[in-house]
Design a protein around this ligand. Sequence first.
Ligand code: GCW
Length: 717
Amino acid sequence: MKKILFSLLFVLISSYAVCQNPYDLWLQYDKIEDKTLLDSYKKQVSNVYLNLNSPTGDVIKEEIEKSFKGLLHIEPKFDNKTPNLIISTLNKLDPSLKKKLSKTSNINDEGYVIQHISEKGESKIILSAKTEKGLLYGVFNFIKQIQLHKDLSKLTIVDSPKIQKRVLNHWDNLDRSVERGYAGFSIWDWYLLPELIKQEYIDYARANASIGINGTVLTNVNSNALVLSPRYIQKLKALANVFRPYGIQVYLTARFSAPIETGDLETADPLNAEVKQWWKDKAEEIYTEIPDFGGFLVKANSEGQPGPNNYGRSHVDGANMLAEAVAPYDGIIMWRAFVYSEEKPEDRAKQAYSEFKPFDGKFKDNVLVQVKNGAIDFQPREPFHPLFGAMPDTPLMMEFQITQEYLGGMSHLVFLPKLFEEVLEEDTYTQGKGSTVGKIIDGQLSNKKLTGMAGVANIGTAKNWTGHQFGQANWYGFGRLAWNPETSAETIAKDWLKMTFSNNAEFVDPMSKLLLDSREAVVNYMTPLGLHHIMAAGHHQGPGPWVKDMPRPDWTSVYYHKADENGIGFDRTSSGSNALDQYASEIQEKYSDPATTPDKYLLWFHHLPWNYKMKSGKTLWYEITAHYQKGVEQVEDMQKTWQKMQKYVDPQVFKETNMLLDIQLKEAKQWRNACLLYFQQFSKMDLPDLIPEITKDLDYYKSLETPYAPGIRPSWN
Ligand code: GCW
């Protein structure tokens, strides 16, 4: 009896000991429990020298106060006489201290140096940079070192962002619905702007600054011209003023037909003088209100959006016209290459390359061509987009999707940095071995000054911002990879877990494995072995390999899996659509033969018989079934791991994540059962024993509906 009471008491105490507020994201500043470490930190950073008199200076001061109060339970003394933490831009730093800093020449305008020195026997930490923005990034990194329980006495950090434009894309509509959003409504309350500045706008800016994000596109790429109207420019200005001290520029999506819709012009032809003037006037109007406005992101002649092709003009004509309008203000244009037309019989995966490659070197210097990581559309796994490496004279910007349109919305735990890392490490061979996608977008291979990475945000009005608490790891990870595309997914996983939950290895080790395995799990139970685009129509949530009646064939599933009695998969070799021809010869050689094609891309490039002998010696059918089953088992393993993490996690987060993992398991089984029953119609082969008995038939899975599924514009009827 005493023993039961004691263990009950222990659970109670331990669960209440952990109080993380999910709203605070990875900026959890709970008191350092390790007394020795705590005391050493207190001694090293109690007196802070900070010589900034600016909005960014205020942000830095506030962050130092907030973090030192939380993590160290001290009120930092801002002291100019005997500081032990010196925060100053290089041009104002005491020359004797400056001399002690190494490699300051290696940092760029957004970079910083953090260095521990001994000065007259006293230990000091210098945090310096060329600009206040660099200092802000340096301060967040310094605080992270404390959150990660690092030894400050050995600190020498010299760090700069490898990519210039690190931008979130919000697919947010003016009615506050979010296209492919799964975390509630848009956080931008346009109706109450410019007057009402909500705390979450400030906290949004702080969170992004802490991971080095320096740009945000506030509106959907399926754009609304109204956002360019004077009324909305005032609302935008209010947000720009909030974001500026955090080093974040605002951008808008420009609807190409805006001169007609809001400008009363007859045309939006980019070579028409009136249209050119209209955009020049519009740019002047915006920059008068927002001097550091970033520029425009444009989706043109894509999925029905208006564009220059409507006037027989090219994407170059359209982009360069807008580029001219914003150039006087150092503005940029991010022009999306997400184009595919059902009128063209050509394989959808080939179209963007066919359309854009001929434009290489024709865009103005302030134009970035924004390319999705793969040639179809943010699938659980896609080979890298063939445009990467194919336009050496054009700055290409990577577009990743952080919101999980095709990876289970917000109910599936999927650690996306693993996907992002895979893409960035892919070798395009376009400038010889080692020509990775990462080196193409960070300018190493193209010595392009203008570089960029965009992430389609997973942020909404949900209390924890992302709906699923682990969705925060994807926002965090995007920021880390945009800052440095060579950061490992493992480092990101461990840092995020320690900053958000606990440094305890008993938590960090199993949980980082869970995160790093989660991406392969979702590929296994949704689209294994190179399968792609077999999800439900419209809302894209759940399986739909049977989808064949859509307004256009390239929106169906049968267009991609091509399953029939002869086999399954999309032949993209020379005997098929020859999309492979758009890749370097090294890749063509390897992928043109199924025997040398990596299994993960097999059915992306090949149509193979169900009894095709795989590298494992098993049949293709068997391997398909085994992957689906593996995916389900991986989710079961995630549940088992999470079960053991209760004492490290806020009780509410523990409970909710448990429930979400239950949903993920249910839906993983639904994917397995629906896809195997559907493909079995063609394979006519038995399900191997490793597949548990499926008690429902295919019609049951076809009959499942999800009315009002999130992510597509709700119809208010
Ligand atoms: O991913 C697809 C989505 C659309 C999206 C489009 C795009 C914003 O299904 O919702 O539109 O691509 O990237 O433009």
